[in-house]
Design a protein around this ligand. Sequence first.
Ligand SMILES: NC(=O)c1ccc[n+]([C@@H]2O[C@H](COP(=O)([O-])OP(=O)(O)OC[C@H]3O[C@@H](n4cnc5c(N)ncnc54)[C@H](OP(=O)(O)O)[C@@H]3O)[C@@H](O)[C@H]2O)c1
Length: 261
Amino acid sequence: MDLHLADDVALVTASSAGLGFASAQSFAREDADVAICGRDAERLAAAEAALESVGDGRVLAVQTDLTDPHDVSALVEDTVDAFGGLDHLVTSAGGPPSGSFHDVEDRDWYGAYDTLVMSAVWTVREAHPHLEDSGAGTWTAITSRSVREVIDDLVLSNAVRRAVVGLVKSVSHEFAPSVRANAVLPGAHETSRITELVEDAVDRGEYDDYEEGLAAWGEDVPLGRIGDPEELGDVVAFLASDRASYVTGVSVPVDGGSLRS
Ligand SMILES: NC(=O)c1ccc[n+]([C@@H]2O[C@H](COP(=O)([O-])OP(=O)(O)OC[C@H]3O[C@@H](n4cnc5c(N)ncnc54)[C@H](OP(=O)(O)O)[C@@H]3O)[C@@H](O)[C@H]2O)c1
C-alpha cells in the first residue's frame, strides 16, 4: 500500500535502535525525510548509515538525551532547519528499569517520569507549531501494552506510561482538526529491551536460560511468537499517513493478540 509519505518529514525519537529505529525505517521505505536521535554517537551513526540506504529520502541524526529539555529543543530545531518543516512526530524513549513495587526507589520513579512522560511533553511542545503548519501533522507515541494490562515486575512501566496515553487523548482533542495524535501499544518485539527483560527474568530464576525465556514469552502470545520490530514500525507509519486520516485519539495494540482486555 502506498502510504503517500514521500517527501514528508518525520522525526522519530529514541531511534538509533529497536522500535524507534524500526519506525524510522518504515518512514524511510516510503521515501520520507527522517530525523533520528539517541545518546550513543556510534550507535546513532550506524543507524543513520543503515537508513540512508533504505529509501530516497534524506536522513538526519542528532545526538540527543531526551531527559534534557535543551537537547529536545535543539533536536526539533535541527530537524526543521534541515528539512524545512515537520509533518510527523513519533515519540519513543528508553524503557524504565524492571522491578516490583519494593524494588524501586523514589529516584527510579522520578527517572521514569522524566524519561517516559517529560520527554514526550517537551518534544510535543516544541514540535506542535510545526505540526500545525504541516496541515496534516501527526504525533504517534510508542508506549506499551502495560497501559492496558499490568505486566509483572514492571511497576514503573505499568504506572507511569498511563500518563502518556492520557496526554495523547487530551491533545487529540486540543490539537484537532489540524494534528492527529495516537498511541501504539507494543507487546513483546525482539529488541535489546526484550533481551534485557528476559535476562532479568533468568537472573530471578524464572527460566533456566535466555532461549527458554524467549520461547516462553512467545508461547503466551496468541500468534505464537515475539514480534518483529518492523511489524510495529509499519503500524506507526500507517497511523501517520493519510490512509488513517479519520483516526485520532486511539491506542492501538501491536502485540500478536496478547492483551486480554
Ligand atoms: N521491545 C519491546 O518489545 C517493547 C514492548 C513494549 C514497550 N517497549 C518500550 O518501547 C520503548 C523502546 O523500546 P526498544 O525495545 O526499542 O528499546 P531499545 O532497543 O533498547 O532501544 C532504545 C532506543 O532509545 C534510545 N534511548 C534510550 N534512552 C534515551 C534517551 N534518554 N535519550 C535519547 N535516546 C534514548 C537508545 O539509544 P541510546 O541508548 O544510545 O540513547 C535506543 O536507540 C521503551 O520505552 C520500551 O520500554 C518495548
